[in-house]
Design a protein around this ligand. Structure first.
Ligand SMILES: NC(=O)c1ccc[n+]([C@@H]2O[C@H](COP(=O)([O-])OP(=O)(O)OC[C@H]3O[C@@H](n4cnc5c(N)ncnc54)[C@H](OP(=O)(O)O)[C@@H]3O)[C@@H](O)[C@H]2O)c1
Length: 305
């Protein structure tokens, strides 16, 4: 690695998607800097090469230190955990807005923001869960109205989603899932985000980041069965208990509520977006230089086959 080079800053660089982005940038010989609340854990995840800065996106000082001399920034933070969710506004909204402000001051013009696949305000309102998407809506609007050289990556759920519901030969799916939904290998997010942040010709563009095909949970289970030789049964469980748990636990911690919203959104995934997956994927292939990971390849990776 060229240690003289100015680094790409990854906010959320230890996360599910961010750690893959770090890996891809390092593989290209880029200098990488990661801001983390837990440097020891970050070293375990990312190894010794990246520059690790201990801090918090909600601290103006941390943000300033992290941006100092960076050539570009990727914003990939998430507060979607039991411990973090109460601070979601401070982290995903206020923290990110302060990064955009500070980036201008620090002369860091290139910004890549990882968002949801597509954030449709009218759909969220119709689902009575506007709150679930309002932060990302605001950040996307702020970028659109800024002078920064920005690109938004609308990320599909990770293919990990299908494995997350798998236990002892059963795929247990709350609500059963939609007829089809896009997913993407986290390694592909890593590669595409790394390429995106190093380019300057993608200004003002928003991409839907998807793998080659939209899959239902039963279709995913069939593929896993075929590749591994183990028969996977799909079990649909009702959503109601999640809804009740989300109401009961809400005064203590809104995490289950956010989890319930995610599952509800998943089950109502808009069909037109699923139908558009081949087109959206084709755009990624035309724009970036990479070999897309199919779900079959992801299964082989996952089960070391
Ligand atoms: N995973 C998916 O399937 C998926 C699907 C669609 C969209 N996305 C989007 O992709 C982005 C990343 O999601 P993810 O699933 O990769 O996240 P994740 O695995 O939950 O990781 C969260 C990251 O945020 C960082 N973070 C949290 N609070 C922080 C704070 N106060 N200060 C600094 N860093 C903080 C964490 O760093 P430390 O813990 O090291 O401090 C960690 O690196 C999000 O915008 C998410 O909405 C993800």
């Amino acid at each position: 690695m060229n240690t003289e080079a100015t680094p790409v800053l990854i906010l959320g660089g230890t996360g599910h998607y961010g750690s893959r982005i770090s890996k891809s940038l390092l593989a290209k010989g880029e200098a990488v800097r990661v801001l983390t609340r837990n440097p020891d854990r970050a070293r375990e995840i990312l190894g010794n090469t990246p520059d690790i800065i201990s801090g918090d996106i909600t601290s103006a000082e941390s943000v300033r230190t992290a941006l100092d001399n960076a050539k570009a920034v990727i914003i990939c933070v998430s507060a979607m955990s039991w411990a973090n969710i109460k601070r979601i506004r401070q982290i995903e909204r206020d923290g990110v807005l302060s990064v955009l402000e500070e980036a201008k001051t620090a002369g860091v013009n290139r910004v890549v923001y990882t968002s949801g696949y597509e954030i449709r305000e009218d759909f969220l309102v119709q689902m009575k869960m506007r709150e679930f998407g309002e932060i990302k809506l605001e950040i996307e609007a702020t970028l659109a109205n800024s002078d920064l050289n920005w690109t938004i990556l609308g990320c599909a759920p990770s293919m990990e989603l299908f494995f997350a519901f798998l236990r002892n030969g059963r795929m247990t799916v709350p609500g059963g899932g939609p007829p089809a939904l896009p997913t993407i290998s986290p390694d592909d997010i890593g590669e595409l985000a790394a390429q995106a942040v190093l380019r300057h010709d993608l200004q003002g563009q928003r991409f839907r980041m998807t793998g080659p095909e939209a899959l239902s949970f039963p279709a995913a289970a069939r593929q896993i069965s075929k590749v591994t030789g183990n028969d996977i049964k799909v079990l649909k469980i009702p959503l109601l208990p999640f809804k009740l748990a989300s109401i009961i636990t809400r005064p203590v911690n809104p995490f289950i509520r956010h989890l319930y919203w995610s599952i509800k959104l998943l089950n109502n995934f808009p069909q037109d977006l699923a139908d558009g997956v081949p087109r959206d994927h084709a755009l990624l292939r035309d724009t970036f230089d990479y070999t897309p990971t199919t779900f079959e390849m992801e299964i082989r990776k996952r089960f070391n086959l």
